[in-house]
Design a protein. Structure first.
Lengths: 354, 462
């Protein structure tokens, strides 16, 4: 038995050597062979673990090399190697000819002439009417309470059994500038309709991920100052128009002492709403230990003051997605659309409309 | 690598299109080369929202083409479509001659007459205009001076189309003897332009099975064929495409429901039975009005309401534009998108220049320059224009074809008009078929053909 084993071993070893040679020749081939193709489970797990370990080590090595190169460059006073930018879906967005360009004269003339220009030029103060769909309960009213605290000069009116067209008529008479309709489904707000008055466009948004104020940890309570407005990434013509529609909901003269900021951030056609209070603080930090060691004899009380901004979130948090933009006020039957989302437009995940 | 799935557009044959938009600009889009992408060549007029174009009309002539543009501020401008020079300006108030009204009325329809008949002198032009309140006028104007109150060639003839309601659509037949008006609360009515008298009014269809009556609201209308004023295709606000036959009955012969948004534009094809229909949420489709069947939809990311469709008189191409501010060219046979141009503004109308060939851009420009320099040398210009624009033969061919098809068509129509008095209503949602019974009737109507023709001749005499 023993002899037999001994006899066999060299043969096996020879075979292994041969295999290794082969593997060196076709290294790539073997690498490419997936562990998942191995049928024996124990072996498969083993190989898989090994591959994983190797990958992790390699990644660490690369990261370390990168950090080292950066440090070395700093020490030598050279330019550090360029930071590589990860490729994201926004980076690789499909080129779009409707993106607004800053030197476009037609755009500015169009802006001057559109439905929002009167409010945005501060000829009128915005006055908002907030109402709901026919059946409204639970989170709907709570959400409206918070919207009222976010948007200055907003008034809640009960929907009752009035038609929306009648409400628009009423609001026109009372000189409201916009109507917001919060639509709830199964006691959960799920859509937002923003109508610009008297004849402006109507935007229909899907509303999702609603988090009310009380569910936010360490939330603040907003003051009644006029907030600042941040609109991010509304790049195309359509986005520009939607941005202006949202802008016309808020007064154009923010009270900066109030330190309230309302953000509409567009990313991949989703508009994220956040409401914050910010504060600038001078924070005192001790100087780094290395430097203190060097300047030890001069005294230990070297303290740097640094300005930092801190944010406190207050008021609801939700996400909007544009479904349609209608020309004129709300008209479900005879309305003309400026833009409707259609399924045939979703040809690529790198195509965005706002 | 990021996967890019932009579908390559096949491109257009040489074509020239004029678009008007809400900022009052007129943009010229041209395709140069054999097959290429359209580009904006010229933009005329300063951008100004008060000069927003409501409607436009184009006299597509070989010599002396003319573009008329009705603006929001109550002016009608006549432009030279080759270089954009203003030839004349008229105010709507003067034309309609309503002494007591003070506010500007919007123009609902504007049509230049004399597009193909005898060559009128290049210094005057006749046009038909209709305001939203229903005041129509037929008038001719002297061209050449761009002053706001240019002299009228003769006293305009005006008449009232309707007592109440808003006129939204109008159309003139190929021979330019008849005009068609319709609108919100205004039933379709046909007028004889020579006598300025109403010759026919439509009747609204009866209540449906639930007893619900849909109010009259026409948003688009057109004569179905160039040389027959008796067939009318119309689109309504409650999503119906209707066919009227003046010689048969006052109620629609066929009405088809199409999708969920109002019909905004209906344009006829050259063959005399196909119509192209555009809706309020960007659907574009073609219908065969002999049978009322949907031929197919033009699919291509069209996201805004379609305001205008134009059919090229020679090539199998239609152009559509609307609130999504794209001008799109489509192949009528394959229903494929040929190309699209982004024009930045909400577009109100598109017009195609059929006498354009790509090789001769430079001489055309020269001639236009000449015209800009001196208006008195009109005859010289005419000669130059004749040089620049060509291809008579192809036109003749098309005409022959039309004649051949016309004969076919008439027989088919006679079958159709012989159906019972009730309008046939059915849905045409993409792949719906006709009810079997109706189809049988249309097929089996050939024997009645002769009889009907006799009837018709009697009617004409009467």
């Amino acid at each position: 038995m023993v002899e037999g084993k001994r006899k066999r071993e060299p043969a096996v070893a020879g075979a292994q050597v041969e295999e290794e040679k082969k593997s060196r020749d076709g290294k790539d081939k073997k690498r490419r062979m997936l562990p998942s193709l191995i049928k024996n489970k124990l072996k498969r797990m083993e190989v898989h673990a090994k591959v994983k370990r190797e990958k992790r080590v390699e990644k660490k090595k690369k990261a370390k090399a990168r950090v080292d190169a950066h440090k070395r460059a700093l020490e030598l006073g050279e330019e550090p190697p360029p930071v590589r930018i990860p490729r994201t879906i926004e980076n690789t967005r499909e080129p779009d000819e409707t993106v607004c360009k800053p030197d476009d004269e037609e755009l500015f003339v169009g802006n001057d002439a559109d439905e929002f220009s009167q409010i945005l030029k501060q000829e009128h103060a915005p006055k908002i009417l907030i109402t709901t769909c026919r059946f409204n309960s639970s989170r709907g009213p709570a959400f409206i309470q918070e919207l009222l605290s976010v948007i200055p000069n907003a008034h809640y009116h009960k929907r009752g059994t009035y038609e929306l067209k009648k409400i628009i008529e009423y609001a026109n008479k009372k000189e409201f500038t916009s109507i917001i309709v919060v639509h709830t489904n199964r006691r959960e707000p799920d859509a937002l309709l923003i109508i610009n008055l008297p004849d402006g466009p109507t935007a229909h948004f899907k509303l999702s991920k609603l988090v009310l104020r009380k569910d936010i940890k360490n939330h603040g309570n907003p003051t009644s100052h006029k907030p600042e407005l941040v609109l991010n990434n509304f790049t195309t013509r359509l986005g520009h128009r939607v941005g202006r529609l949202i802008q016309s909901l808020f007064p154009q003269d923010p009270y900066f002492r109030g330190r309230r900021v309302v953000t509409f951030h567009n990313q991949r056609d989703f508009i994220f709403f956040r409401h914050h209070r910010y504060v600038f603080e001078s924070k005192e930090t001790k100087v780094d230990t290395k430097d203190t060691a060097a300047k030890n004899d001069k005294g230990k009380n070297l303290i740097q003051t640094k300005m930092i901004a801190r944010l406190q979130e207050c008021g609801p948090r939700f996400t909007l997605k544009l479904i349609s933009l209608q020309h004129g006020t709300f008209d479900s039957k005879g309305g003309e659309f400026e833009w409707v989302h259609k399924p045939e437009m979703d040809t690529s995940r790198r195509r965005f409309f706002l | 690598m990021p996967r890019t799935t932009t579908v390559e557009c096949p491109g257009c044959p040489p074509i020239r299109a004029l678009t008007t938009d809400v900022l009052g600009l007129v943009k010229v889009v041209e395709v140069s080369g054999k097959i290429g992408t359209p580009k904006v060549v010229e933009t005329w007029g300063p951008p100004d929202a008060s000069r927003s174009v409501v409607t436009a009309s184009f006299a597509d002539r070989k010599t002396n083409p003319l573009l008329a543009v009705a603006r929001k501020n109550g002016l009608v401008e006549f432009l030279n479509p080759l270089n954009g020079n203003a030839l004349a300006t008229v105010t709507v108030k003067d034309c309609v001659s309503s002494s007591n009204s003070t506010e500007d009325e919007l123009v609902a329809g504007l049509h230049l007459l004399g597009t193909k008949g005898t060559e009128l002198s290049s210094k005057s032009s006749t046009f038909l205009m209709c305001t939203e309140k229903g005041k129509a006028c037929l008038k001719s104007i002297m061209l050449g001076d761009a002053s706001p109150d240019s002299s009228l060639a003769d006293a305009p003839s005006t008449w009232n189309v309707c007592g109440a309601g808003n006129v939204l659509c109008s159309s003139v037949d190929g021979a330019e003897n008849f005009a068609l008006f319709g609108g919100k609360g205004v039933e379709l009515n046909v007028w004889d332009l020579e006598k300025c008298s109403k010759i026919w009014t439509a009747k609204s269809p009866p209540c449906n099975s639930l007893g619900i009556f849909s109010p009259t609201w026409f948003t688009a209308s057109t004569f179905l064929s160039k040389d027959d004023h008796r067939k009318i295709a119309a689109g309504t606000n409650n999503r119906q495409v209707r066919l009227y036959d003046i010689s048969a009955q006052r109620r629609p012969v066929i009405s088809i429901n199409f999708r969920e948004s109002p019909i905004k534009v209906v344009t006829e094809d050259l063959d005399g039975y196909t119509v192209y229909v555009g809706t309020g949420c960007g659907d574009l489709a073609s219908f065969d009005m002999r049978t009322g069947k949907l031929l197919g939809c033009f699919v291509g990311k069209c996201s805004g309401s379609i305001r205008s469709i134009a059919r090229h008189p020679k090539l199998p191409i239609i152009a559509s534009c609307g609130l999504d501010s794209y001008l799109r060219f489509w192949d009528t046979k394959t229903r494929q998108l040929l190309s699209a141009v982004f024009l930045k503004q909400h577009l109100t109308s598109v017009l195609l220049d059929s006498h354009f060939s790509s090789e001769e851009i430079e001489p055309a420009d020269q001639s236009s320059d000449l015209q800009a320099i001196d208006h008195s040398e009109v005859e010289n210009d005419d000669e130059l224009l004749l040089l620049t624009r060509k291809s008579k033969t192809s036109r003749k061919k098309v005409q022959n074809k039309i004649k051949a098809e016309k004969i076919k068509r008439e027989s088919q129509y006679d079958e159709m008009s012989d159906e019972d008095d009730e309008p046939t209503t059915f849905d045409a949602d993409d792949d719906d078929e006709m009810p079997a019974t109706k189809r049988k009737k249309t097929l089996g109507g050939k024997e009645k053909n002769v009889r009907l023709k006799q009837k018709k001749s009697k009617k004409r005499i009467g």
